[in-house]
Design a binder for this molecule. Structure first.
Ligand code: SF4
Length: 375
């Protein structure tokens, strides 16, 4: 059992008596604090299942996911998985960043699920809820077992991450790609200038820098694997200027990405409060604009249409468009400046209006349009 074989010091800060019903339901074995991860607690659980079925109503282009971790020390302010921590009697803010659930036996459970005669080897996505290569993976090394189990069972899979730790498993992924179809995607929403990197560290404080992630894209490509980049999320007023998008897409193209998908910010309840608290502190001038753009979870349809019109030619120019030379080979292939006057004026109606019959001629409406942007 993985539990026995782990090279983790036997007693490195286990916290007996930390009782939360939500964690107990997950099969909590112990809670651990360790000096290498200041401020983070790991809740080690024995999971009952590894594969999660995506609800039929979901727009996601896959039906199965694996999340070896819950919570994520990458700590992105906009993370849409934040509210899921509330099911564990933890909060969607700081707890999400610092209370990380680790499914210690995920590979063993996964192997038994994949061995069932009912398993149809449908594609499995990793990194859709929390990041499988967040820093905890350096300690727990769950991914090699997962990759091995999927490849051995003939199950195609994809991984989306911000974590440069994926480099460690590149040889495994290359081997897996000889047996099953795999996709690798890197998430990167900020360009590489000093100013962009400063904003990135405010918004995604636990993540590797843009430069490190561009280098990861290069390493994946050098290993002979395709690599899509998820430019996600584009932040209204902060990262959606043509100037920023151009610089970002130039860098992604230069790194050799084989696909790009652009995703505008969305703010679920739970995430919205966390993100807006930061925005009010760091960028108060953008707050009224956000109130216009975000009346619900998704950005207003006119904003999405406007953003797509801005992004589409930039993708086309770099071969990432629908018929471009880089399209079709990306894995997951999904979109700071200071607030600039020209950006504000550029918005479709500096004041967003109620959705009209067709905001931009030729732009698919609503759900279909979101799908183009999201997936
Ligand atoms: S890396 Fe992904 S899962 Fe982790 S906090 Fe950021 S958005 Fe959430």
């Amino acid at each position: 059992m993985r539990w026995d074989g782990q090279s983790i010091d036997a007693d490195d800060g286990a916290l007996p008596g930390l009782e939360r019903p939500g964690l107990a339901r997950l099969g909590l074995v112990r809670t651990v604090r360790t000096p290498e991860f200041a401020g983070v607690q790991f809740h080690e659980v024995m999971a009952k299942s590894a594969l999660s079925k995506v609800p039929a109503a979901s727009r996601m282009p896959f039906r199965w996911t694996i999340n070896p971790y819950r919570g994520c020390s990458h700590a992105c302010l906009y993370c849409f998985a934040r509210p899921t921590h509330e099911y564990l009697d933890l909060d969607a803010g700081a707890d999400f960043d610092s209370q990380v659930v680790v499914k210690m036996n995920v590979d063993t459970v996964l192997r038994s699920e994949l061995a069932r005669t009912s398993w149809r080897r449908e594609p499995v996505a990793l990194g859709t809820n929390t990041d499988p290569y967040q820093r905890a993976e350096g300690r727990y090394r769950l991914m090699p077992g997962i990759i091995g189990a999927l490849a051995d069972s003939g199950t195609p899979f994809s991984i989306l991450t911000k974590g440069t730790l994926l480099r460690r498993d590149l040889p495994l992924l290359v081997k897996a790609a000889e047996r099953v179809e795999i996709g690798v995607g890197v998430s990167l929403a900020f360009a590489d200038s000093r100013h962009d990197a400063e904003l990135q560290q405010r918004v995604e404080p636990g993540t590797p820098t843009p430069r490190a992630r561009l280098d990861l894209v290069r390493a994946i490509r050098a290993a002979g694997l395709p690599c899509g980049v998820m430019v996600a999320p584009v932040l209204p007023w902060l990262t959606d200027s043509t100037d920023h998008l151009r610089r970002l897409l130039d860098a992604i193209a230069d790194a050799g990405a084989t696909g790009v998908t652009v995703v505008p910010l969305h703010l679920k309840p739970g995430t919205r409060e966390w993100y807006m608290r930061w925005l009010e502190k760091d960028h108060p001038h953008a707050v009224p604009g956000y109130r216009r753009v975000f009346r619900g979870t998704y950005a207003h349809q006119e904003y999405r249409a406007w953003l797509w019109e801005r992004v589409r030619p930039l993708l086309d120019e770099r071969g990432f468009g629908a018929s471009g030379h880089r399209s079709g080979s990306g894995a997951t292939g999904r979109f700071s400046d200071e607030l600039r006057a020209h950006d504000d004026g550029d918005y479709p109606a500096g004041s967003m209006v109620e959705p009209g019959p067709e905001a931009v001629p030729g732009m698919p409406r609503d759900a279909a349009g979101v799908d183009q942007l999201l997936f």
